[in-house]
Design a protein around this ligand. Sequence first.
Ligand code: SAM
Length: 247
Amino acid sequence: MVPYAALDCPFSSESMPLFKRTLSEFIFRRFMLKHHASNLLVDMNLEAKQQTLDYIKAKMIDAPFFEKHPALVDYTLGQVRKEGLYLEFGVGRGKSMRWIAPQVDGTVYGFDSFDGIQEYWNGNPVGAFAQKKLPKVPDNVEFQVGYFDATLPGFLEKHTDPVAFLHVDCDLYSSTVTIFDALGSRLQPGAIVLFDEYYNFHRWQEHEFKAFQEFVERSGLRYEYICFSVTGQQVAVRILENPDYAG
Ligand SMILES: C[S@@+](CC[C@H](N)C(=O)[O-])C[C@H]1O[C@@H](n2cnc3c(N)ncnc32)[C@H](O)[C@@H]1O
């Protein structure tokens, strides 16, 4: 290996005082070599970011965008014009539920096994986001504890209203498929769906995005993008027409 000092680099200048050269070298190695030049995550994220930007330009350029996550959630909730069920899939630590529930008059139903994700996802191992105890949430939240495919059928038998607001925050393709399979016929025109991990991360096209697009394809659903995040992964849509809607 060529010693660093032998490289043709401005930081190796003989005229530089020892302390300065050492500090510069430290910064160069730590930030340029370690965190930039040899960290593939940077390039994976940049690639995902470019693909996201292309998608935004093609599909949602006119929609309002947000930098702050809570502001995006507030705006999305303000877009709900229909009566119906408020549902969150993926409650985890309850952070998003603590933003949503205080803005809703009725009950918000929170679905989660609280066992964490059951598949590897985007650098997170199986079991990531598991909770030892139920999170603290406002009084108008009712938990549906268990895997979605186990809790949804009984829930939908008991609660026959259409969906007004749906928050998809379960990360996984398979879990999102379960949600749209079960709720497809409850998505009334005007319903708002907020995705927490729609785009802007490595292989975003394989997860919540894919499950929704497949549902759109097979149901003939029409929707519009109502807002998107420019710093995170959140995107919200309004359902315009749903041939599967049973209302
Ligand atoms: C990223 S966390 C949710 C974060 C949460 N909204 C918050 O703000 O703290 C994802 C959650 O989805 C849950 N989850 C994913 N797939 C599931 C499934 N099929 N059934 C039940 N829970 C699931 C996991 O247990 C995990 O708690």
